[in-house]
Design a protein around this ligand. Structure first.
Ligand code: MSP
Length: 507
């Protein structure tokens, strides 16, 4: 297994403030980064903001401010969100930073040197909200004979001089890439979509605009601004210094890269991006994983409907780990899902308060009350208890595989199976009936339960880092770095603190 790993979120547009969709992509990426680190893999997790192009320029005009001041203001909101969400990102890149601008220009020059860029005229449809060029056949005709994109956004007809990238030249190489690397694009359904898009015929891609000026100037032709997607995609390797200087010590991470994105930006990542990299003779990422979209109480989330969800507000109301858990548990990563307050409350009460919270509360409180706050020792555990306590460690290869396939939901289900089993064990053993009659058995039940709780606390770290730390702190395990090696740490005879409830029920 490679010992270096690079994982990215998309870099977010700064035309507006963050919403739940951004929070979702970031939390899912954080989950994977944390699991990898905990498994001993040297990991870099990147997020950041996408600050150039017409969409940002128009938003700045609407707000009567300079584009850079809008970027500074909104990028700071995305940076603040990394704190609010407790993300473990190692870097936050802004496309207005010099290190990025230099890298984007270097990529342009590589495509140019390879003979893949030519000057021509672009005539066709453009969506500013998606920053994407569309063929008419991919648009929907409205009753008034105008067109819209499949997501409902407006398009405008543009005719201007433009540089083009020879995308069509890469069709066969792309199809070969998908064929030889069946897991390059996941989930499978998305992979099939991309393959049929490429098989449908690729046209060369317009990669510059010259009717506005907010962006990176094309090297050697200052009239043109680089197409914002070419600019933005290069931010990933730019953060490692890979394009400008592939000898950078960070560039060794690039060969094991996973991009986590939403399904709406798959074509840019799975078609344009590998084609640019092939042309530039740079290595390709290992995986593009496209997740689904959330609706709000059954409705499409949109600013015009006024139903966007502010992640900061919802976290204030329900708690960060509750929201992290809900977003990761409620839907299969890769599928669409619905955000409803009823579903959120029911997850908090059933999975968190009842299953996990009560397990910790009632068992550990018994240790505080009846064992002088010292975890009993493990001398008397029987074979079936031994099997139970080694279950997580034995299942680690499967859990790792789930994370490697971005199957976050099934990882969580497996951990909750252990929580259910622990609750069943505790209920069946009825320690409250043993405390006076059979102290030896009583102590044994409390040891087994405490040990499995410690293991659960480690395994939920990628999902709910704060809760994980709170539980480990009950055992005075305040580690700087949570590692799966702690699964085997013997907690017999160790002190525990007074136990505080983890998840208040919500009405
Ligand atoms: N700037 C581009 C990405 C460039 S990456 C080189 C961009 N930015 S974005 O801010 O519009 O979106 C970022 C992410 O938010 C996407 O992955 C998108 O799928 C996600 N979401 C936006 N709305 C969403 C939902 N309603 N539900 C889930 N995720 C959604 O695209």
């Amino acid at each position: 297994m490679p010992d270096k790993f690079f994982i990215t979120t998309p870099i977010y547009y700064v035309n507006d403030i963050p919403h739940i969709g951004h929070a979702y992509t970031s939390i899912a990426t954080d989950f994977i980064a944390r699991f990898k680190r905990m498994s001993g893999i040297d990991t870099i997790f990147l997020t950041g903001t996408d600050e150039h192009g017409q969409k940002i320029q128009k938003a700045a005009e609407k707000n009567s401010v300079e584009p850079l001041s809008l970027c500074n203001k909104n990028s700071a909101k995305f940076l603040e969100l990394t704190e609010v969400l407790n993300l473990s990102n190692d870097d936050f890149i802004r496309t207005t930073e010099k290190r990025h601008v230099d890298g984007a220009k270097s990529l342009w020059n590589k495509l140019m040197d390879n003979g893949d860029i030519y000057l021509d005229n672009y005539k066709g449809w453009y969506s500013v909200s998606d920053e994407t060029f569309y063929n008419e056949k991919d648009l929907i005709k409205k009753n008034d004979n105008t067109f819209k994109t499949i997501t409902g956004g407006p398009v405008e007809w543009i005719e201007e001089e433009s540089y083009f990238f020879k995308l069509s030249k890469y069709s066969d190489q792309l199809l070969k890439l998908y064929d030889e690397n069946p897991d390059f694009i996941l989930p499978k359904s998305r992979r099939n979509e991309v393959i049929s898009f490429v098989k449908g015929g690729l046209r060369d891609l317009s990669i510059s605009r010259n009717t506005f000026d907010w962006g990176i100037k094309v090297p050697n032709d200052q009239k043109h601004i680089m197409y914002v997607w070419l600019d933005a995609l290069s931010s990933y390797p730019n953060s490692l210094g890979y394009i400008s200087n592939n000898k950078s010590k960070l560039s060794s991470y690039w060969s094991n890269t996973v991009h986590i994105i939403g399904k709406d930006i798959l074509r840019h990542h799975a078609v344009y991006w590998p084609a640019f990299l092939l042309s530039a003779k740079l290595e390709l990422p290992k995986r593009i994983f496209a997740h689904g979209w959330w609706t709000n109480e059954g409705n499409k989330i949109s600013k015009s409907l006024g139903n966007t969800i502010d992640p900061i507000e919802i976290i204030d109301q329900f708690g960060l780990d509750q929201i992290r858990y809900f977003l990761l548990r409620e839907i299969t990563f890769g599928s669409d899902g619905d955000f409803s307050i009823e579903a959120l409350k029911s997850r908090i009460n059933a999975d968190l308060s009842n299953d996990l919270g009560n397990l910790c509360q009632r068992s550990l409180t018994m240790i505080v009350k009846h064992c002088n706050s010292v975890v009993p020792n493990s001398k008397n555990i029987n074979d079936s208890e031994k099997i139970f306590l080694s279950k997580i460690a034995n299942d680690l290869p499967n859990l790792s595989l789930l994370v490697d396939n971005q199957d976050i939901n099934n990882y969580i289900k497996k951990i909750w199976d252990v929580i259910s089993e622990a609750n069943k064990y505790f209920n069946d053993q009825k320690p409250w009936e043993l405390k006076d009659s059979n102290k030896k058995l009583f102590n044994n039940v409390l040891f087994v339960t405490a040990d499995i709780i410690k293991q659960i606390a480690i395994m939920i770290n990628p999902i709910m880092p704060e809760t994980s730390e709170k539980i480990l702190n009950f055992f005075y395990m305040s580690e700087d770095h949570i590692s799966i090696d702690l699964l085997n740490k013997d907690i017999s005879n160790s002190k525990i603190t007074d136990i505080k409830p983890l998840f208040p029920r919500v009405e």
